[in-house]
Design a protein around this ligand. Structure first.
Ligand code: NDP
Ligand code: MG
Length: 401
């Protein structure tokens, strides 16, 4: 862990600054200029937004997708009258520098999908305080990431609202032990909670991305609709908190007010509640162990009046069943499932496959590649990821429109 967390100025790198989590992070940072300074911002394709963020937060470094995006950013910065020097990069090394520069205290890991793995790992090896939103990186490479954090003495604070809630309800240190009996991850059930499988087979990407409670990026929105998001979160919880699969459960809670619960041996259940707004977990992790304002409306339980809970339906949401199987199997299965799912979701979003083909494709990749030990190095993880992606792509070509 780095030196700043006792209350001095923190220098923050936001990986994925132009995304939903990245934008919320900058909103919280903007409320506390005396505590936080932006060291680096990274985006991919949303260059005009990134330019406006540069004008507002004056980062020293910026990373974008390629040299065309670099040129576009320079033009956009000039048009906005930004004159302070910014180092602009567009390759892996630039991304790694943004995550590891000695000036950086805290790295918000909010690139979506496997693309976030390498810079997040670099931040871990460099001993940064990592605010982890990018659950896919942990699912792909849980063991490699854990080892990198231990070696680098990095501190990881969960941003995913459920894991942040669990972290807040666990004993200090955030690891299971000390009389913890179960962890219950709540799930909204997404926009299709009450749909039959037949109804699900005709839904559109726009319907899948219209989450009833949360405003999020498109990939995680589709994952919420299939409930794969909850499956990935079970695997995430296993790695983050060192908790066995048998002590993890999913509880459907359509209002998204109780963000998760921890049950203790004495029968106590601790829960964290709040409005469904990611600025709360972001502010919690940025300031931990202190507390700061997040800009989120206070929760009025009287106005909400009813909180309901139910068991998940694994028949209508086979992605959740698959993830539970993968969590039990361990080894290379989580990495394969994550890779297959990224391809399947992208194919659904671009209209190449239907919604119910996502779980079928994931199941087929898992069945065809077979089990085995987890990749012990980043190279082995990336190889397995590539193998699963290639097979998933091939299946999309064969089965897709
Ligand atoms: P978004 O799609 O909104 O944002 C993704 C970010 O990653 C953008 O900044 C995007 O850049 C950047 N990006 C996309 N592809 C690449 C790439 N190949 N290389 C580098 N950068 C890339 O996603 P979210 O903010 O919704 O999610 C981010 C992560 O946080 C995910 O892992 C998600 O699971 C997790 N998470 C999100 C929650 C939420 O409420 N949104 C809740 C809990 C977890 P650009 O837009 O400029 O192209
Ligand atoms: Mg979540």
């Amino acid at each position: 862990m780095t030196a700043t967390t006792a209350g001095g100025l923190q220098w923050v790198t936001v990986l994925g600054a132009t995304g939903s989590i990245g934008r919320s992070t900058l909103e919280v940072i903007a409320l506390h200029p005396e505590r936080y300074r932006v060291f680096a911002l990274t985006g991919h394709r949303q260059i005009d937004l990134l330019a406006r963020q540069c004008a507002r937060f004056a980062p020293r470094q910026v990373v974008v997708a390629d040299s065309a995006a670099v040129a576009q950013l320079r033009t956009a910065l000039a048009a906005l009258g930004v004159t302070h020097p910014i180092e602009i990069g567009c390759d892996r090394q630039a991304l790694e520098r943004a995550a590891t520069d000695p000036q950086v205290d805290t790295v918000m890991a909010a690139i979506v999908g496997a693309a976030g793995l390498e810079p997040t790992l670099a931040a871990a090896r460099a001993g940064k305080r990592i605010l982890l939103a990018n659950k896919e990186a942990l699912v792909m490479a849980g063991e490699v990431f854990g080892a990198a954090c231990s070696d680098g003495k990095a501190e990881v604070l969960p941003i995913d609202s459920e894991h942040n809630a669990v972290f807040q309800c666990l004993p200090p240190g955030g690891r299971v032990g000390l009389g913890v009996r179960r962890i219950l991850l709540t799930a909204s059930g997404g926009p299709f909670l009450r749909l039959t499988r037949a109804q699900m087979s005709t839904v559109t990407p726009e319907q899948a991305c219209a989450h009833p409670n949360w405003s999020m990026g498109r990939k995680i929105s589709v994952d919420s609709a299939t409930m794969m998001n909850k499956g990935l979160e079970l695997i995430e919880a296993h790695y983050l908190f060192g908790v066995a699969a048998s002590s993890l459960e999913v509880l459907v809670h359509p209002q998204s007010i109780v963000h998760s619960l921890v049950e203790y041996d004495d029968g106590s259940m601790l829960a964290q509640l709040g409005n469904p707004d990611m600025r709360t977990p972001i502010a919690h992790a940025l300031a931990h162990p202190q507390r700061i304002a997040s800009g989120v409306e206070p929760l009025s339980l009287a106005k909400i009046s009813t909180l309901s809970f139910e068991d998940p339906d694994l028949e209508r949401f086979p992605c959740l069943r698959l993830a539970l199987e993968v969590l039990g199997a361990g080894g290379r299965a989580p990495c394969m499932l994550n890779a297959a799912n990224e391809i399947a979701v992208a194919a659904f979003l671009s209209g190449r496959i239907g919604f119910t083909a996502i779980d079928a494709l994931n199941a087929e990749v898992l069945a065809r590649i077979g089990q085995g030990a987890a990749g012990a190095s980043i190279g082995a993880v990336l190889e397995l990821d590539a193998e699963a992606r290639a097979l998933a792509e091939q299946l999309v070509m064969e089965r897709g429109h």
